[in-house]
Design a protein around this ligand. Structure first.
Ligand SMILES: NC(=O)c1ccc[n+]([C@@H]2O[C@H](COP(=O)([O-])OP(=O)(O)OC[C@H]3O[C@@H](n4cnc5c(N)ncnc54)[C@H](OP(=O)(O)O)[C@@H]3O)[C@@H](O)[C@H]2O)c1
Length: 423
C-alpha cells in the first residue's frame, strides 16, 4: 500500500469535510510521514477548499492532490479508493451515499472511517460487509466523530481505569455556549446532519430485524440489571434535568462491548445514555421539537417538509449555511460517564450488589465540527500507524473495540479532546 496516500478525505467540499481538511493539514504539518489528498465530485469546489485553507493559513498547498469521484459512478470511486490507505468519508447521509463507497473500499482493500450517526446504516453495513472486510484485510470503522467516540471510547476508558469489573455505565451529555456568541434560535448545526437525522429516524423501524440478523443469539444476562431512569428525571450525577439521549451511542457501545465479549470473553458493560439540560423549560421545548420530528420523519410527506424547512422545524437550530465559526468555537461539551461495578479483589460477581463506583469525563470544544474531525482524523491515523494493535485482521468494527488497545485516547488527550477520571 506504500504508493497510496495515507489519508484521502472524501466529501471534502462539505461542511464537515472542510473542517476535516483543516485538521489533517494541521496534523500533517507536524508529521511529515502523513500524506493526504482530498476527493469529491466537484473539481471547482475542491479547488476552493484548498485555496481558502491556503489563504487562512498562509501555507503552500498547491501540491495537494484532488481526486474526482462520484457516489453514483462505481469506477470513479474505485479509482479514488485505490489511491488511499484510509478513506475518511465525510459524505452523508450515509444511509443514502455510504454503501457504494464501502463496496469500493472492499474491492480495492482500502480502510474506511466515517462520522456516521445512523445506527441502522452502521448495523446494516456490519451485517452485510463484515466478512468481506475481514477477507480484504481492511477495517471499516464508522461513528468516529462526536457520535460516538466520546461515549464508546469513554466506556473503554472507564473500564481501563476502573480496576475491577465494570457492570454498567450511565452517560450524561451536557452542551454549553457562551451567551455572548449564541442566543436561542441561532443556528448550531449544518443541514447535512439534519438530513441524516431525518433519514436515521425513518430507518429506526428496521433496527429490530437488523439486530436479530446481526446477533441471532442474545448475550447472557449481566446482573444486577441496569435500571432505566424515568424519561424526564433530575440526575444527581450532573444535577440537571435529563432525557434519554436519542443518538447512536447506545447502539455503538453495544456493538463494541459485544465484540469484546465474543473475541476476548470480556464482561460486557450495560449502558444507558442521557442528555442534560440547563432547565426543565429547555428540556420540554427540546422534547416537543424532537417528538414532532420523530413523528413527521415516519412519513414521506413529513420528511419532505422537514428537509424543505429545516430552520422552522428545528426552531432555528439548523440551516444550509451552518453555524458561524464563533459560535462553534465557543460551544463546549462534557460527557460524564458514571460507572458501577466491583473491586478487583471480588470474584464471581454476577448478581451480587455492586460495591464500587467511578465517574470519568470526556470533554471538548465544538463537538459537531471540531472534536468530531479531531476524533475522525486520529481514527484514520490510528489505522495507518497502529493496525498491529487492532483486533483481528480487519472487519466492520465499532470504534471502542477497534481502538481499545491503541493510543487513540492518549492522542485525543493531547489535542483538546480530554478523557479524565473525576471521581
Ligand atoms: N457524528 C457526528 O458527530 C457528525 C458531526 C458532523 C457531521 N456528521 C455527518 O457528516 C455527514 C456530512 O454532513 P455535512 O454537514 O458535512 O454535509 P454537507 O455539507 O451536505 O456535505 C456533504 C458532502 O457530500 C458530498 N456529496 C453529496 N453527494 C455526492 C455524490 N453523489 N458524490 C460525491 N460526493 C457527494 C457533497 O459534495 P458537493 O459539495 O459536491 O455537493 C459534500 O462534500 C452527515 O451525515 C452528518 O450527519 C456527523
Amino acid at each position: 500500500m506504500t504508493d497510496r496516500f495515507g489519508i484521502v478525505i472524501f466529501g471534502a467540499s462539505g461542511f464537515t469535510g472542510k473542517h476535516a481538511v483543516e485538521e489533517v493539514h494541521r496534523l500533517a504539518k507536524n508529521d511529515r510521514t502523513l500524506s493526504w489528498a482530498i476527493a469529491g465530485r466537484s473539481q471547482s469546489k475542491l479547488e476552493k477548499i484548498i485555496k481558502d485553507l491556503q489563504d487562512k493559513t498562509g501555507d503552500d498547498l498547491t501540491k495537494i492532490k484532488i481526486l474526482i469521484a462520484d457516489v453514483s459512478d462505481a469506477d470513479s470511486l474505485k479509482d479514488m479508493t485505490k489511491q488511499a490507505t484510509v478513506v475518511v468519508n465525510c459524505c452523508g447521509p450515509y444511509h443514502i451515499y455510504g454503501e457504494a463507497l464501502i463496496q469500493a473500499c472492499i474491492e480495492t482493500s482500502t480502510n474506511h472511517v466515517d462520522v456516521s450517526g445512523e445506527p441502522a446504516y452502521m448495523e446494516k453495513i456490519q451485517l452485510h460487509y463484515n466478512e468481506a472486510a475481514e477477507k480484504a484485510g481492511i477495517y471499516i470503522v464508522s461513528a468516529c466523530g462526536f457520535d460516538s467516540i466520546p461515549a464508546d471510547m469513554g466506556v473503554i476508558f472507564l473500564q481501563q481505569k476502573f480496576k475491577g469489573q465494570l457492570n454498567s455505565a450511565e452517560t450524561y451529555l451536557e452542551n454549553s455556549v457562551d451567551s455572548e456568541y449564541y442566543k436561542f434560535g441561532d443556528v448550531s448545526l449544518n443541514f447535512g446532519t439534519w438530513e441524516s437525522l431525518v433519514y436515521g429516524i425513518a430507518e429506526e423501524k428496521n433496527m429490530g430485524s437488523l439486530r436479530r440478523q446481526l446477533y441471532p443469539q442474545k448475550l447472557p444476562q449481566m446482573l444486577p440489571k441496569l435500571k432505566s431512569r424515568y424519561i424526564i428525571h433530575k440526575s444527581n450525577i450532573v444535577n440537571k434535568w435529563c432525557l434519554p439521549f436519542p443518538g447512536p451511542d447506545g447502539s455503538v457501545v453495544y456493538r463494541s462491548q459485544r465484540y469484546l465479549y465474543e473475541t476476548e470473553e470480556k464482561r460486557p458493560v450495560q449502558m444507558s445514555a442521557y442528555i442534560a439540560f440547563p432547565s426543565l423549560f429547555t428540556l420540554l421545548v427540546v422534547l416537543f421539537v424532537f417528538a414532532n420530528i420523530a413523528v413527521m420523519a415516519q412519513f414521506g410527506f413529513g420528511r419532505k417538509l422537514l428537509l424543505k424547512h429545516p430552520r422552522l422545524f428545528s426552531l432555528g437550530f439548523v440551516s444550509h449555511e451552518g453555524p458561524t465559526e464563533e459560535c462553534m468555537n465557543n460551544t463546549k461539551f462534557t460527557l460524564s460517564l458514571y460507572g458501577q461495578g466491583w473491586d478487583e479483589k471480588e470474584v464471581d460477581v454476577n448478581g451480587k450488589p455492586t460495591t464500587k463506583s467511578m465517574t470519568v469525563r470526556v470533554s471538548g470544544t465544538n463537538p459537531a465540527y471540531g472534536s468530531t474531525v479531531t476524533a475522525l482524523i486520529y481514527s484514520g491515523i490510528t489505522i495507518l500507524k497502529e493496525a498491529d494493535k487492532m483486533p483481528g485482521k480487519g472487519g466492520v468494527i465499532a470504534p471502542g473495540a477497534a481502538f481499545a488497545k491503541t493510543s487513540l485516547i492518549e492522542n485525543l488527550n493531547k489535542n483538546n479532546l480530554t478523557f479524565e477520571v473525576v471521581d
